[in-house]
Design a protein around this ligand. Structure first.
Ligand code: ADP
Ligand code: ZN
Ligand code: ZN
Length: 817
């Protein structure tokens, strides 16, 4: 009797691979265990056992496996089923799903680099010979590849060696050292060493007897640290003593107090018991009951609740019930909304039952969460994470919450699997007969359509918590203002006046501009030339702070030009504007205000993002300027004014969803204003104040917006009525991209006629020296999606057999939006 195992290998080939195993191995291996297998000439892959059988492969001789890596499956049968669905729906190989689903630490590959862990002391005598050889080699070089290790120990199978070294923490894998998770830093305050003694303190209070406020600060600080025994946060001190940050600052300047940062760890919970969740108000309670009765008929329910209506508290109540039944909960969020604020809020209720799964966590932390979920530990009963968290090995899922379900970052575009996490979550839930709650203040038209078609349940919550009013929104016509010369830089008089007023009242302001850098284009006034990226088909963006021109697609940069590269003229001008320019103008217009910027450039450094948020929270910043980053997840009490610098570049974006997205984004950013008693104000500057979408945004008219947009989608054959599949062709050779895409589109037209659009170059038609061309397929509601994909796959197979097109990459993206 011969024995074989079919395995999944993490490569983009659409089939399983068969290996020979012994009878003993066959008894031991279960589907979902990892097995190291040889592949090609010298590669070793971490494969995953899929099935066992006795049928030898027909076309090749089965090789033997190297080694079994697990004692128990680390992937469940349900997961593999889910992967198969993803591979088939999103048209990719199951190996690609496998690769995306497992934390990279699980997938030792022959390309993985191994590095020494500097923090660990090694008992050299205790190492096995082979392990020592690797350890020794690492004394001389920073990292070595698996191939190097093969050579060093002169063995083919070195995975056990690496496994042992990893287990002892002697080495780390490369991915681990590049991406470290950012801890939250909180600004705290304490007395300088010199004043900590009883006498010195008394003396200090004596000298401050006439500085009443400063004295109050010292006394409050004293009480606070005595009561809590912990570091005192600047915000707490301000609240307790009732003084402004300026008074505290002055004591710091006088060297009586000093500031320091305390790391607030999000991964470890400090062990306190969770507190009971709050009492829902009547609107929330109604919504809660409606959701529960909706779940009796619909497994998927959409909660349409305006910003700040208290959706999170409703999720909390639902989660409480589900975990009381011993089931697991998955709480999905877009990456940028996954803030420390929310994590703390949930930990406050559920203590250590909450685990966070996040791309910024280290490999080891992710593996830990994986194992906790796999073993159904109470520690990971609630998993909070971005889209990749849906790949965890759930045992007993009871509920999936998809918060901010309209966010486009739930869709992964590159690399494959190109899945939409919200949609895939619904499939995942159905495997467990679990419920799904989609939450949003501005639902995606897809979900909304499903709701009004009664495919999903639908629950509305249209009051803000505490009966705070929706912000007062106003459109400012800057075309008119420009004509009447009533603009200072990019600020209308109206906006300036509101900013002044807000600053006077000591309240905070958010300004939104959807573009980073200083100005997108540098243009020569003499010949019209503007510098282009040599690798991509875009103009370079001017960044004043670094005095550079940068490409936002590939990172190429050069020094700012003083003279035109084409004609030598020094009459250069910048066109358009970004966050940097707004920041600069603000500093001129409001020299007394403290201004900060939050965008991709300002948040690159290690704790940069957290520091800005903390500083804003503690009111060290009056005005925060930023890109989309300021629109999400920030829940601060003191923001009463939100300004949108220019709404037009959102609306005019060339995409069929531009209007829907503009509405969502503007509502979202407006929602940052006035989250407490005082009504917030939102000013939207635009050249086009009569635009339908802007009108609808100002009166919060989701219903009309969606009705009109759905009509347009119907008319022009777009989702949710038609499905879209995009096929992208990629090659360094311009002519080849054209020829290949033409060939493909022609074959498609034979089957799908006029539902094939293109080929067409995208707005940026070359990125990193690769030319791109797209073909779009619209799939009518009555046409079988499965058959459509079969035809596409067939065309793709013939295509790849044409030698001329061998170098052309074909990327298929199903539901590309
Ligand atoms: P949403 O997610 O709908 O934007 P949140 O859940 O963030 O709204 O709630 C807005 C604010 O109202 C939060 O600061 C939250 O703490 C508060 N809040 C909401 N519901 C309650 C409640 N039932 N009891 C106390 N505070 C609540
Ligand atoms: Zn010129
Ligand atoms: Zn570029």
């Amino acid at each position: 009797m011969t024995y074989f195992v079919d395995v999944i290998i993490p490569i983009p080939v659409e089939r399983f691979f068969t290996y020979a195993i012994t009878e003993e191995e066959a008894q031991f291996i279960k589907p979902g265990m990892r097995i190291a297998v040889p592949f090609g000439k010298s590669k070793i892959y971490t494969a995953l056992a899929y099935s066992l059988h006795n049928v030898p492969p027909i076309h090749y001789e089965a090789k033997e496996i190297h080694q079994i890596l697990d004692d128990e499956p680390i992937v469940t049968v349900a997961q593999i089923k889910f992967w198969e669905w993803i591979a088939s729906y999103y048209m990719c190989a199951i190996g690609e799903v496998y690769k995306a689903a497992l934390p990279s630490g699980f997938l030792l590959e022959s390309e993985t680099l191994v590095c020494l862990n500097a923090d660990v002391e090694v008992e050299e005598a205790e190492l096995k010979d082979d392990d020592f050889l690797v350890y020794e080699a690492l004394q001389y070089q920073a990292s070595i590849s698996i191939q190097d290790i093969n050579a060093i120990v002169d063995k083919k199978n070195i995975l056990p060696i690496i496994k042992r070294l990893l287990a002892k923490d002697i080495v780390v894998l490369k991915e681990e050292i590049v991406e470290q998770y950012k801890p939250k830093l909180v600004k705290c305050i304490r007395l300088k060493e010199a004043y900590t003694s009883e006498e010195a303190l008394q003396e200090l209070l004596g000298t401050l007897s006439r500085a009443r406020k400063q004295r109050e600060v010292i006394l409050s600080l004293f009480t606070l640290s005595a009561v809590t025994g912990k570091s005192v946060k600047v915000t707490d001190l301000m609240a307790k003593s009732g003084v402004s940050s300026a008074v505290i600052k002055s004591l710091v300047t006088k060297e009586i107090l000093e500031e320091f940062y305390v790391q607030q760890d999000r991964v470890e919970y400090d062990g306190e018991e969770g507190v009971a969740s709050g009492v829902l108000n009547t609107y929330q309670a109604d919504a809660f009951h409606n959701i529960k009765s909706s779940f009796e008929k619909h497994t998927v329910t959409l909660l349409h609740g305006v910003t700040s209506s208290g959706k999170t508290e409703i999720y909390v109540k639902l989660i409480e019930e589900v975990i009381a039944q011993g089931k697991q909960v998955l709480y999905l969020l877009p990456e940028i909304a996954l803030t420390a604020q929310l994590i703390h809020r949930l930990q406050n209720y559920f203590a250590e039952k909450v685990s966070v799964f996040h791309s910024k966590y280290t490999v080891n932390e992710r593996i830990e969460v994986w194992n906790n979920v796999l073993n159904n530990k109470s520690k990971a009963q609630i998993v909070l994470g971005a889209r990749s968290a849906m790949f965890l090995p759930f045992q007993n899922l009871g509920l999936i919450v998809v918060d901010e379900e309209h966010e486009t970052t739930f869709k992964q575009h590159d690399p494959a699997p190109r899945y939409q996490a919200r949609d895939a979550a619904i499939v995942l839930a159905s495997q467990f007969k679990a419920n799904v709650l989609l939450g949003s203040a501005t639902p995606s038209l897809e979900s909304y359509y499903n709701a009004i078609q009664e495919k999903y349940g639908y629950v509305v919550l249209n009051r803000r918590y505490g009966d705070v009013l929706m912000p007062d929104m106003e459109l400012v016509d800057i075309k008119e203002a420009h004509r009447k010369k009533r603009m200072k830089g990019h600020f209308s008089e109206r906006l300036i006046k509101e900013i002044e007023k807000t600053l006077e009242e000591k309240e905070q302001i958010i300004l939104f501009q959807n573009r980073r850098g200083y100005a997108p284009i540098l243009e020569c006034n003499t010949c019209g030339h503007s510098p282009q990226c040599p690798n991509c088909d875009v103009s370079l963006t001017y960044h004043q702070f670094k005095n550079q021109l940068r490409c936002h697609y590939c990172g190429y940069h050069m020094a700012m030009q003083v003279k035109c590269l084409a004609c030598g003229s020094d009459d250069l001008d910048t066109k358009g504007f970004g966050t940097e320019q707004i920041e600069e103008e603000l500093k001129e217009l409001f020299p007394k205000a403290s201004v900060a910027r939050m965008d991709l450039d300002a948040t690159r450094g290690k704790h940069a993002h957290e520091k800005i948020i903390t500083a804003f929270e503690q009111h060290e910043i009056d005005i925060l300027v930023g890109t989309q980053m300021v629109t999400k997840g920030l829940d601060f009490r003191n923001i009463t004014l939100v300004g949108v610098m220019n709404a037009d570049n959102l609306i005019n974006f060339p995409d069929f969803r531009a209007h829907e997205r503009s509405f969502q984004l503007l509502q979202q950013v407006a929602g940052r204003a006035g989250r407490t008693k005082k009504r917030g104000k939102v000013l939207i500057q635009t050249y086009n104040p009569y635009h339908q979408i802007l009108q609808q945004v100002t009166v919060n008219d989701y219903e009309h917006m969606s009705k009109e947009q759905l009509q347009e989608r119907y008319l022009y054959k777009y989702p949710p009525f038609y499905k879209l599949i995009k096929i992208t062709f990629k090659d360094k050779d311009y002519a080849k991209v054209n020829k290949a895409s033409d060939w493909f589109a022609t074959s498609m037209r034979n089957s799908f006629q006029n539902h094939v659009l293109g080929p067409e170059f995208p707005p940026v038609s070359r990125i990193r020296n690769y030319y791109l061309k797209n073909v779009l397929l619209k799939v009518p509601p009555k046409q079988s999606l499965q058959k459509t994909k079969k035809v596409l796959t067939k065309i793709n197979t013939s295509f790849s057999s044409i030698p001329e097109f061998k170098s052309v990459r074909v990327l298929i993206n199903v539901d590309v939006y």
